[in-house]
Write a protein that binds this ligand. Structure first.
Ligand SMILES: *Cc1c(COP(=O)(O)O)cnc(C)c1O
Length: 399
């Protein structure tokens, strides 16, 4: 999964070009930067690679989600429907806009259940945010239909699914806007970074200004820029963009390895009686960064995990159900509204309500689900050996 496994000469070369000019900022200093514009180059590469008209880099994936919502006009009191299984960044971004996160059940796509979304739509709903978890995708046709019916914004959190696609289009380029994270463990890394993608020029122009204190970026003199709107500083630095530029050029290689290793591993694991796999709405578009599998019950999964741990081969496998970062069950800080500053009333009410909301449908899925991360540095022999050992341990444990 992570691009950091392939960090090397190419990244060092790009970073050194920035270090040689000493211009670490993405804007201004036109003379001294000697034609080095790594952030601009990376934005163009994102457009070319993923087939989006516009790309705005940010300082993180969380900042990208925040920026996208700002540019799409999601703010105080607006409800944003998001899945109960995701990374904490999803609700962080929503809360930072003054908007209200509405958490709903997932289905076996491991993200928003269209039925649960439908049931959660109210007159205050503004946006639906599917999170394409673990390299694969949401049921986008079904979610788009709900958005169309109720005139809602579709914002794709594709932070974990760089290189995945749905019916021929890159994940993150299908909704009104979409985001990637380039943090250290994502498929492409900048160290820290993110991007907002959109095909709407107005959304892009707003995102561009929002990430840089509202600068309109129209003149050649940064000091003379106008500020048509309020913004923040969510800028990426040239050093980070330089790393991402080297990484994006290797994406095709990362994906080819991921898909191959994923496929080999699956040929072993699928031999286990009773096993099933995550529902992938468009199997051709799975980026392959994880192989996500289910056992028939929570009890069986716990036995399997204990056996894998005892055999010393559980590392790189994620039991999200018991994980602090990714599933509602452990988000006590959210449910208890442990905020350093006062949240607005609508937000507080929504969060307290989570204490008593049932996520039974999600529990039933997550408690029998494990994702196996696919490494880029496994050799083919290693993948075969891992698959065979995995299958042997699981067969013995579950027989
Ligand atoms: C990583 C991630 C983010 C946010 O990324 P950061 O760059 O770490 O802020 C958002 N959503 C999901 C699903 C992620 O996995």
């Amino acid at each position: 999964m992570p691009g950091f496994e392939f960090f090397g000469e190419e990244e060092r070369k790009e970073v050194n070009e920035v270090l040689e000019t000493g211009i670490l900022m993405r804007y201004g200093f036109d003379g001294p930067r000697k034609g080095i514009w790594k952030s601009k180059e990376l934005e163009q590469a994102v457009c070319d690679t993923f087939g989006t008209k516009y790309a705005q880099l940010t300082s993180s994936g969380t900042a990208a989600l925040t920026t996208a919502m700002a540019a799409l006009g999601v703010g105080a009191g607006d409800e944003v429907i998001m899945p109960a299984f995701t990374f904490v960044a999803s609700f962080e971004a929503i809360l930072s806009m003054g908007a209200v996160p509405v958490l709903v059940d997932i289905d076996e796509t491991l993200t928003l259940s269209p039925a649960a979304v439908k049931a959660a739509v109210t007159s205050r709903t503004k946006c639906i945010m599917p999170v394409h978890m673990c390299g694969s995708m949401a049921d986008l046709d079904a979610l788009k239909a709900i958005c169309d019916e109720h005139n809602l914004i579709l914002l794709e959190d594709a932070c974990q699914s760089i290189g995945g696609s749905y019916k021929g289009k890159a994940l993150g380029t299908i909704g009104h806007a979409g985001t990637f994270s380039f943090d250290f463990v994502k498929t492409i890394t900048c160290g820290e970074g993110g991007v907002v993608m959109t095909n709407n020029q107005e959304v892009y122009t707003k995102a561009d200004a929002f990430t840089d204190h509202g600068h309109d970026h129209l003149g050649i003199d940064r000091g003379a820029d106008l500020h048509p709107m309020l913004g923040y500083n969510f800028r990426i630095s040239e050093l980070h963009a330089a790393v991402g530029l080297a990484q994006i050029r290797k994406l095709a290689t990362f994906l080819a390895i991921q898909k191959k290793n994923n496929h080999i591993l699956r040929t072993y694991i699928e031999q286990l009686p009773g096993i099933s796999f995550r529902v992938v709405p468009d199997p051709a578009g799975d980026s392959g960064s994880f192989l996500t599998w289910f056992l028939p019950s929570k009890e069986k999964m716990e036995i399997a995990i204990d056996a894998l741990k005892a055999a010393g081969i559980f590392a790189g496998n994620f039991y999200w159900f018991a994980n602090n970062w990714h599933y509602i069950k452990k988000w006590d800080h959210l449910k208890n509204v442990n905020s350093l500053y006062p949240l607005n009333e609508a937000q507080q009410t929504a969060l307290v309500k989570l204490q008593t909301t049932s996520f039974e449908a999600s529990d039933a899925i997550m408690s029998r689900c494990v994702s196996t991360a696919i490494s880029l540095i496994w050799t083919e022999e290693q993948v075969h050996a891992k698959g065979a050992q995995f299958l042997k341990v699981l067969k013995e444990a579950l027989s």
